[in-house]
Design a protein around this ligand. Structure first.
Ligand SMILES: C[S@@+](CC[C@H](N)C(=O)[O-])C[C@H]1O[C@@H](n2cnc3c(N)ncnc32)[C@H](O)[C@@H]1O
Length: 206
């Protein structure tokens, strides 16, 4: 987790001045949210899981963080006004969403012009992801998945089924472009997660 936090902070520093508002979309228990708040960004964490948000809230300490629950039925409509944030972080979230393009569009709506999306997704160039590819295909079969659920690997089988958007970075970039966000060229494969860095250059978006 410390590695992830450092990666997001290093990506934020040259792009988004401290003091600007940052949304951590799908913040989970809020580790990244808290780290960013402690470095001076005005931070909001949001998630569909009330359990995760309760944990995040309970660990806020003296930091000023806005925690917002997202209604699972309304995930395509974020409860924030247009252009509110200088950055939206989505750490290991986009691969779980049923409608990632609509989610990207909504992220674009809440970003200010000049703001950035910083998102990590599985990096298919990494050997771990290559091995996951055929396993994910196997557990997509409900019978195989049911069989795995009877074994100690049930958590892994569930993860593979849930993190369903295993897309090439080129496709993520095309999707970002299609909603008006301009991605930076992909860097080399660093680990099993790739970071998408995309800027909102104008408003209104297509
Ligand atoms: C793998 S966890 C990542 C948590 C955190 N971002 C991190 O890196 O530690 C994915 C998170 O996304 C949340 N999530 C899934 N779908 C969501 C949605 N539509 N809107 C907001 N959060 C969502 C889940 O509840 C979960 O907390």
């Amino acid at each position: 987790m410390q590695g992830r936090i450092d990666r997001f902070c290093s990506a934020l520093v040259p792009r988004v001045p401290t003091g600007q508002r940052v949304l951590d979309l799908g913040c989970g228990s809020g580790q990244i949210t808290r780290a960013i708040a402690s470095k001076g960004w005005r931070t909001t964490g949001c998630d569909i899981s009330t359990q995760m948000l309760d944990k995040a809230r309970s660990e806020t300490g003296a930091l000023e963080i806005e925690w917002v629950g997202i209604d699972p039925a309304e995930t395509l409509s974020l409860p924030f006004e247009d252009c509110r944030f200088g950055a939206v972080i989505a750490s290991s979230v986009l691969e779980y969403l049923d409608h990632p393009r609509q989610a990207l569009r909504e992220i674009g709506r809440v970003l200010a012009v000049g703001g950035y999306l910083l998102a990590t997704v599985p990096d298919l160039r990494h050997p771990v992801r290559a091995a996951e590819g055929w396993r994910a295909k196997a557990v997509a079969n409900p019978v195989i998945h049911a069989a795995f659920r009877l074994t100690p690997w049930r958590g892994y089988a569930d993860y593979l089924r849930l993190s369903m958007n295993r897309l090439d970075l080129k496709l993520w970039h095309e999707m970002a472009r299609s909603v008006g966000l301009e991605p930076e060229p992909a860097g080399p494969c660093e680990d099993s997660l790739a970071m998408i860095l995309a800027r909102k250059n104008r408003d209104p978006l297509p």
